[in-house]
Write a protein that binds this ligand. Structure first.
Ligand code: FAD
Length: 622
């Protein structure tokens, strides 16, 4: 029925599990994907969208490394938007609205077409552990399946408890069973576990809505895409719509507060602060008369609609009555009510940078089980866990991304160094080097590293190298070529009423804040260079960003290099902090618990002060 021994068993086929299985299998590991329901591979539990601020950068990074999330998102997209286009390029964030059913279907097809992946549908109820090492899984039907490593990606399913008003019942997601057994065994093995909470809005029948009174939210006029590979950008798109709640809607919602599990103490765990439920919003921001709601289609052909911004666990009759008072929703029919879910997670400080647990060898955790929220956060952890599970059993060096290399590096380092007490989601503000970590250069940053490690294929590397070569040549052209004042002055006058008297290099003029590539293309030499060298939109954008932000980029690189020196000072494994009496008590306890690998990682632990770092540096002879 099964291989005698798999290289990697991945438990769960959400975003983390799907990426983990794809990565380990593509690297050559014989992989078994065990999941409770094979119909829900890559299921979007909440909103039908990928990317967005900071998350879009993560999808680009997954793609640059050779993961599938970007490709699946492109193939199932119904709308594309580059968010924050009015800000600097470090903030540009791609986002797609997706066809939920097609997204899951594309994931399943991608995995079925990946050699080395076997599938099995059942609940895993425990792990096989021998001599402190994970050697397989036990299923609820009593099967033992052996492997050399195990990746757990159980999402919101571990002892999941669903709440709608005063009703509560076990479940991992609406309509799906909760998973039991794993938490209990891991706690017995010495792991610490906790509870978190998240929620989702009702889904409604689009035929019952009056879109004529809502504000259309179309996609970009020239849609782009996530993947650096040859997926296609959309040629037509579906609109979303915006409407608003009102004081009447808020009053109707308040009528249900006494039956709300959020307010009557039944839900005890913490939910995502930045993705609050509607009852949370009207409670916390009581002075606000209205909140935005985004009405998002669930796919190309379905009439089902997702009501973004109306996440709730209030009783379904209260949800219905309140939503009927929203403009455009007067005749609304429900497909499914909103609900909240509580689930077990494992504080991620129990993990190494590879996402392997410190307690059990060859056991990896990825996704929501680590206290994160969001598809992109989960998918990127799955990718890293799948890669490292493969590398470890093949005695190869682990694959770790630094904070100045990728948002994925920031995510993993934050989780394992600082931990998280509320669902962790990525923000651009979490990255200290965000000018380096842009969505446009994820391939330049990561594809060579992934190729070297063995995951990204040669065609990806070739494409990235061509982009690098062409954009560097174009930047060099701007550095080398002089302009004539008579040619450039009409352009400058139209931009900022300025003029130049002397000939100078184009790079200098192009660096001015309001001069854009479109302006530069008005110069004959520039447009000739573009057509002679066949430069496409991506190259023009890359060259423009690198010219205009060269100062900021150089400064951040310099800062990153300085920090790298601390990164290079390793702390010996099992270092005895109790002998350093000049460390503060808090620092000593935190350092003992987290066991940082470098001085730089130690400096990021909350409670470890600069003076504690000085003590460590003195001890290490620096
Ligand atoms: P999941 O997508 O949950 O996948 C887990 C997989 O593991 C499933 O395939 C399941 O069948 C399988 N599984 C679990 N246990 C076992 C077992 N023992 N044996 C076999 N298979 C098992 N994210 C946001 O960013 N914003 C939100 O507002 C938001 N709201 C949410 C609301 C709800 C109600 C839910 C359920 C999720 C919400 N999320 C939200 C979270 C988002 O869905 C997750 O972050 C993401 O899906 C996590 O991916 P994952 O791969 O870790 O787990």
């Amino acid at each position: 029925m099964f291989e005698k021994e798999y290289d990697v068993i991945v438990v769960g086929a959400g975003h983390a599990g799907a990426e983990a299985a794809a990565a380990s299998a593509n690297l050559g590991s014989k992989t078994l994907l065990v999941t409770m329901n094979l119909q829900t591979i890559g299921q979007m539990s909440c909103n039908p969208a990928m990317g967005g601020i900071a998350k879009g950068q993560i999808v680009r990074e997954i793609d640059a490394l050779g993961g599938y999330s970007g490709i699946v998102s492109d193939k199932s997209a119904i709308q594309f938007k580059m968010l924050n286009k009015s800000k600097g390029p470090a903030m540009w964030s791609p986002r797609t609205q997706n066809d939920r059913m097609r997204f899951a279907e594309e994931w399943r097809m991608a995995l079925e077409n990946t050699p080395n992946v076997d599938f099995y549908q059942e609940m895993v109820s425990g792990l096989l552990v021998e001599n402190g090492r994970a050697v397989g899984v036990k299923t609820s039907l009593g099967l033992d399946i052996r492997s050399r490593s195990v990746v757990l990606t159980n999402g919101t399913f571990l002892n999941g408890l669903i709440h709608i008003g005063d009703k509560q019942f076990g479940g991992g997601r609406a309509g799906e069973k909760a998973a039991t057994g794993i938490t209990e065994q891991l706690v017995e093995l010495g792991f610490e576990s906790g509870r978190m909470k998240t929620g989702t809005p009702p889904r409604v029948d689009g035929r019952s809505l009056d879109y004529s009174v809502m504000i259309p939210q179309p996609g970009d006029v020239v849609p782009e895409k996530f993947s650096y590979s040859d997926t296609k950008a959309l040629t037509h798109q579906r609109d979303c719509y915006m409407t608003h709640t009102s004081l009447l809607v808020h009053d109707l919602l308040r009528e249900g507060f006494d039956r709300s599990p959020m307010f009557n103490g039944r839900i005890k765990s913490l939910g995502p602060r930045y993705c609050p439920s509607i009852e949370d919003k009207i409670n916390r921001f009581a002075d606000k008369d209205s909140h935005q709601l985004f009405v998002e289609p669930e796919g190309w052909n379905t009439v089902e609609v997702y009501v973004n911004g109306f996440s709730t666990s209030l009783p379904e009759d209260v949800q219905y009555k309140a939503l009927k008072s929203v403009k455009g929703f007067e005749n609304v029919k429900f497909f499914r009510p909103g609900y909240a879910i509580e689930y077990d997670y494992f504080p991620p400080t129990q993990l190494k940078h590879t996402l392997e647990t410190k307690l059990i060898d060859n056991l990896y955790f990825a996704g929501q089980i680590n206290g994160t929220t969001g598809y992109e956060e989960a998918a990127s952890q799955g990718l890293m866990a799948g890669i490292n599970a493969h590398l470890k059993i093949n005695d190869k060096e682990s694959f770790i991304l630094n904070r100045d290399e990728a948002y994925i590096g920031v995510l993993v380092d934050d989780l394992i160094t600082k931990g998280t007490e509320e669902p962790y989601r990525m923000f651009t503000s979490r990255a200290e080097y965000r000018t380096l970590l842009r969505q446009d250069n994820a391939d330049l940053r990561l594809t060579p590293r992934s190729y070297e490690m063995g995951l990204a294929k040669k065609d990806r590397l070739d494409k990235m190298e061509e982009k690098e070569r062409k954009s560097n040549a174009f930047i060099e052209f701007f550095r080398e070529t002089s302009f004539k004042p008579d040619d450039i002055n009409p352009i400058l006058e139209s931009v900022d009423s300025s003029k130049v008297r002397q000939p100078d290099k184009m790079f200098k003029v192009f660096s001015r804040p309001r001069v854009t590539m479109d302006h530069m293309l008005q110069l004959e030499e520039v447009s000739a260079f573009v057509s002679e060298n066949n430069l496409d939109r991506e190259i023009l954008e890359q060259a423009e960003i690198q010219v205009k932000y060269s100062g900021y980029i150089a400064k951040e690189k310099n800062n990153a290099d300085k920090l790298q020196r601390l990164e290079n000072i390793k702390i010996p494994k099992g270092f005895d902090y109790s002998k350093l009496k000049s460390l503060s008590y808090e620092a000593r306890e935190k350092l003992k618990a987290i066991q940082p690998v470098t001085i730089s990682q130690a400096s990021r632990i909350s409670g470890v002060s600069p003076s504690d770092i000085s003590v460590l540096l003195v001890y290490m002879g620096r």
